[in-house]
Write a protein that binds this ligand. Structure first.
Ligand SMILES: NC(=O)c1ccc[n+]([C@@H]2O[C@H](COP(=O)([O-])OP(=O)(O)OC[C@H]3O[C@@H](n4cnc5c(N)ncnc54)[C@H](O)[C@@H]3O)[C@@H](O)[C@H]2O)c1
Length: 277
């Protein structure tokens, strides 16, 4: 039994220890709340110390404030969690960033779409998204998503494989399955996470440990807030379900992958995209 605020829990994950990266906001916060609702002890990682602390207080959890690109910090914090709680059952590698929005490029993309729809292909102007991508922007995107998922998965498996139990969920994206123009670094990082997940999942499957990935579609979180409303409306038009997803909807899928209900999911990849992929 655990007490969260005024609520006492004795759920299906009681006694389980879950480490969630990027849990100070959006999807990660929803995952932490969902696991805590089933009784898990949660450890909230984020770069944003204030956001992590506030959720940790709400869920009676711990904080681990560090950059997921820092492999030494990742190892240290995972080891600390195991020392403190005696086990690690769940890791969710979720921390992520979006390419910064560029209003002038967005305007050009919209003008290009109009020209394409009207058959005025000669009027289209190359957006040069890829050729103007800097080394630093490419590196940071790959480091946060792909390196961060690798560092976390490695650190967790060092404890889970000897214990012959545990679940890792890596957060990829529909853009890792269906890349779109304008964010090659994001799509490449998310596709890399899928390959990492499949390889790691196959490696540890015989030993009772599960590594799986989720590919969220377009989900209503602060990550999408900087996007141009016109562009967003164009994206929603391509989603057969007709709306953005919610973080709580994704949390149900992630909760499934964290628990014994998903015992036959090993190195598997699950999209929740309202039909977008
Ligand atoms: N929202 C979507 O539509 C969507 C779709 C597909 C995939 N995703 C993925 O889901 C994950 C969560 O995204 P979200 O929508 O909740 O975004 P969000 O911006 O609401 O939350 C991301 C959190 O990660 C933290 N973070 C960023 N870099 C970090 C780092 N280096 N170390 C530690 N923490 C860091 C941020 O501080 C923030 O709290 C990301 O990996 C994102 O790529 C989101």
């Amino acid at each position: 039994m655990r007490t969260i605020g005024a609520m006492t829990t004795a759920g299906a994950l009681a006694g389980h220890v879950a480490f969630i990266t990027g849990a100070g906001s959006g999807l990660g916060a929803a995952f932490a709340r969902r696991l805590a609702a089933d009784g898990a002890q949660v450890i909230i990682n984020d770069l944003n110390a204030e956001a992590a602390a506030s959720l940790a207080i709400e869920l009676d959890g711990d904080t681990a404030v560090f950059d997921v690109c820092d492999s030494v910090a990742f190892d240290t914090e995972i080891d600390k969690a195991v020392e403190r709680h005696g086990r690690l059952d769940i890791l969710i590698t979720n921390a992520g960033i979006a390419p910064p929005s560029d209003p002038s490029r967005t305007e050009q993309m919209i003008a290009n779409q109009m020209a394409r729809m009207e058959g005025r292909l000669a009027d289209m102007v190359p957006p040069d998204s890829l050729v103007s991508l800097s080394d630093d922007d490419w590196d940071r995107m790959i480091r946060v998503h792909l390196h961060g998922s690798f560092y976390g998965t490695r650190a967790a498996l060092r404890h889970m494989t000897p214990a012959r139990t545990g679940a890792v969920v890596n957060v990829s994206s529909v853009l890792g399955l269906r890349p779109m123009s304008g964010a090659a670094h994001y799509a490449a990082a998310k596709a890399g996470i899928i390959a990492l997940t499949k390889s790691a999942g196959q490696e540890v499957a015989p030993y009772g440990v599960r590594v799986n990935a989720v590919c969220p579609g377009w989900i209503d979180t602060p990550l999408l807030a900087p996007m141009d409303p016109m562009l967003m409306a164009g994206i929603v038009m391509q989603i057969p379900r007709g709306r953005l997803g919610t973080a709580d909807e994704l949390a149900e899928l992630v909760r499934f992958l964290c628990g014994p209900e998903s015992s036959y999911c090993n190195g598997d990849v699950f999209a929740a995209s309202g039909g977008f992929v």
